[in-house]
Design a protein around this ligand. Structure first.
Ligand code: CA
Length: 220
């Protein structure tokens, strides 16, 4: 999962970035409205956290432009307690949810999970596919009910695949989901993660589609 945080307050940004990385998300940080627009133009994000009071370009304008251009990612706006009008304008401009500052990081994480579920049409909090289950909140994967010890990148890789179990992902798409800006990604990084994930969940669970990429095995 690749997130974008748009926030000009360093302290808030540092705490959100730290918490989201620990939760296994790749997350990029844009510090003003212009940087946010550039990031949204270039990046493929699964979800956006958007402060509204921003230097250079207002958050509402960023959101309006993003939605006008067909930007599909769910957006959570981050606003001040007394800014009711701002929240209403944000929701009307295409935001999906909001959080009032100061917010609790665990609540933010739960809202992110809820929106990511809704985006893929998933009602249940736990994904299942054949013998596998993946619980984003507990950060747990099981096979036939037995918990499997996955490292965060393996977990993120499986989560990407299980959210869209019939889709074939290219290596580039998986890299985008797993890594933020400035993170070193070797040319065979995704193969390495797929290899180690297959060792843990069973080699047959992930199918290589020659010349294209990877998907989960068909089931049901
Ligand atoms: Ca601000």
């Amino acid at each position: 999962m690749r997130l974008l945080l748009v926030e000009d307050d360093d302290m808030i940004a540092e705490s959100v970035l730290g918490a989201m990385r620990r939760a296994g998300y790749a997350i990029d940080w844009a510090e003003d409205g212009r940087a946010a627009e550039l990031s949204l133009d270039n990046g493929v994000y699964d979800l956006v956290l958007l402060d509204l009071g921003l230097p250079k370009k207002d958050g509402i304008d960023v959101l309006n432009a993003y939605r006008r251009n067909g930007g599909p990612a769910p957006v959570i706006i981050l606003t001040a307690r007394d800014a009711v009008d701002e929240r209403i304008r944000g929701l009307d401009a295409g935001a999906d949810d909001y959080l009032i500052k100061p917010f609790d990081l665990d609540e933010l994480a739960a809202r992110i999970r809820a929106l990511l579920r809704r985006r893929t049409g998933q009602k249940q909090p736990v994904y299942s596919h054949g013998e596998l289950t993946l619980d984003p909140a507990a950060h747990e994967v099981t096979k036939d009910g037995v918990p499997l010890p996955l490292v965060p990148r393996e977990f993120a890789l499986l989560q990407a695949l299980i959210e869209e179990p019939t889709r074939v992902f290219t290596k580039a798409e998986l890299e985008e989901k797993l890594y933020g800006w400035g993170e070193e990604v070797g040319s065979n990084t995704i193969e390495v993660h797929v290899h180690s994930l297959r060792r843990k969940i069973g080699a047959d669970q992930i199918v290589t589609v020659r010349g294209v990429g990877y998907r989960l095995k068909r089931c049901g």
